[in-house]
Each structure stands twice: as C-alpha cells, then as structure tokens.
Write a protein that binds this ligand. Structure first.
Ligand code: AG3
Length: 283
C-alpha cells in the first residue's frame, strides 16, 4: 500500500511526498493540524493541508528568515515573532547571546502543543527562559504595541485562513508603529512562480512598500514549498539590508549554519528579472 501527502499548487500542478505513517491529526479551533513521517523529508507538519515545515528542509526557511535580519540589525535584542508556533524561528534566535527577549504570538495553542510533542527538532527551544508565548491573533496583539521591538519576524501561513490578517495594510502599519526607530520587519513573502502565489506575493509587497521607507525582497530555494522558489520581505525604518550589513561581525559570532552564509546574504537579494518585474509593478 502506498500513502502519499499531496499539496496542490494549481489545478494542474501538485507536490507529493510518500508517507510512512500519520503521527498526529486534529482539528483545532483554527485549523486542521497534521504531522506525518516520510522517508524522503522526515517528519513534517501540515496546516489545513499546506506544508509548513519538514525535517529535511526547514533549516533553509528558518535560517533565512532569522539570520538575514540579525546580521543587519546588530543590536536586535527584543524580538517579536508572529506565528511560528513550530518553534523553528525561536531555535535560530536563541543562538544569539545578545537576544534578551523573544515574544512569540501564536494564534493556535494546539500547534505549539503538537510541535512540542512531535517536532522536537523545531520546538525543542521554546522553553528557553527568554521566550514568552502569547496565544493571540497577531493582528490584534500588534495594535497595542508602540516602539517596543527591534525586530519583528512574521512567520505566517499563507494569506487565507487564520493567517489572512497578517497580510493586511493595517497589520504592516501596526508593525511599523511597534518597532523602535531602527527597527526591522521580516516576513515570509510567498512564491513568485505560480500565478496564485504571485498575486498574493504582489499584494503583500504593495502594502509593505506603502508602510515602510525601505523594503527589499530576498529569495531562497525551499524544496517543500510551492515551486521551491520562495521569497522573504525585508522592511525597515532605516537599516538597509545590504548597505548596513556587516559580514565580519556576523562571522565573529561563530554561529554555524547550513544554508545562510555571509556571501549568500548579498546574493539572495539579486532576483530573477521576472521577479523584479512583478515587484516593480506594485512599487
Ligand atoms: N510558514 C509558512 C510558509 C508558507 C507555506 N505555504 C505553503 N506550503 N503553501 C512556515 C512555518 C515555518 N515556521
């Protein structure tokens, strides 16, 4: 018997992973949560049928969403993570001694519990004393914050379902307000490749550009996400992701990574022509 997990990217393209075994499944107040074991990608988490995190390639996403802004903002000490209940972003952040406070705002306590139980490779650092978890909708939480954070990392699901509010103009405007004067916001920026994803990506980009004076997009290759070609947004009040990047001081931290390097940092902002064009259309 063969069991396969499939995520449909368009009516005409999908991605499938062979599954050994379903480890966990529940319907929470917010979404369906599934965890599987697979021979190729190891253990993986899906929310509402969309792949969030696989044991084999989550390091790419989590390193890129954390180390790019941390290498630019050398004083980032108080950090807000929105979404990210699997703990992967927190795992990368706690590697910095300078980080003092991490507030994780996750809407769904059942995601955190499931990951604590079954995804120790990401959730194993959530008990770090610097971490506080707030179970709340990030859209609501951010409304109350004023000049609180050095860095905001938006580790959301796609722009429908529980994550929808995290792609709105109101949300980005409130992130701006919640950041200190040299603050940075990084978000998962969807994929440029398939039409549906590209439209969502452009919509998000347009709103971020309207909310922040500096807004640049960078890329990574993430095999388990739609088309494998994934984007991140770097938005800030004054720090520039390349001009304010200091490779030597990041290297001196001695943080061992498997994807991020200081050379890649510069390279990942160089985008293919068609992606540049999609971005220009909304800038
Ligand atoms: N954040 C979700 C990225 C979007 C995935 N989209 C998809 N498969 N259609 C990942 C959470 C990892 N901490």
């Amino acid at each position: 018997m063969e069991l396969w997990f499939s995520e449909r990217y368009t009516p005409n393209a999908q991605f499938s992973i062979r599954v050994d075994k379903q480890i966990f499944s529940t319907q929470s107040e917010f979404q369906r949560i599934d965890i599987f074991d697979s021979p190729e990608f190891g253990r993986f988490l899906a929310l509402d049928g969309y792949l969030m995190c696989t044991e084999k390639d989550e390091f790419i996403y989590h390193e890129m969403i954390v180390h790019v802004p941390m290498a630019v903002h050398k004083n980032a000490r108080k950090i807000l993570v929105i979404g990210g209940g699997d703990g992967g972003v927190v795992r990368e952040l706690v590697r910095y001694d300078r980080v003092e406070t991490i507030h994780l705002v996750e809407i769904d306590p059942e995601v955190v519990q499931a990951c604590k139980n079954y995804m120790p490779f990401t959730a194993g650092w959530l008990n770090d004393p610097r971490v506080t978890i707030f179970y709340e909708d990030g859209l609501k939480y951010i409304r109350r914050q004023v000049e609180e954070y050095d860095l905001i990392i938006v580790d959301s699901t796609d722009p429908f379902g529980p994550g929808e509010g995290l792609f709105t103009k109101e949300f980005y405007g409130n992130c701006f307000k919640a950041l200190k004067e040299d603050g940075v916001m990084v978000n998962q920026h969807e994929s440029p490749f398939y039409e549906n994803d590209a439209v969502a990506m452009q919509r998000a980009h347009k709103r971020i550009v309207q909310s922040f004076p500096i807004s640049r997009v960078y890329q990574a290759h993430i095999p388990s996400y739609s088309s494998g070609h994934w984007l991140f947004g770097f938005a800030s009040k004054k720090l520039h992701p390349l001009r304010d990047f200091d490779p030597e001081s990041w290297k001196a931290l001695n943080i061992k990574t498997r994807y991020y390097t200081t050379v890649l940092h510069t390279g990942c902002f160089a985008l293919p022509a068609y992606v540049e064009e999609l971005l220009r259309e909304v800038e």
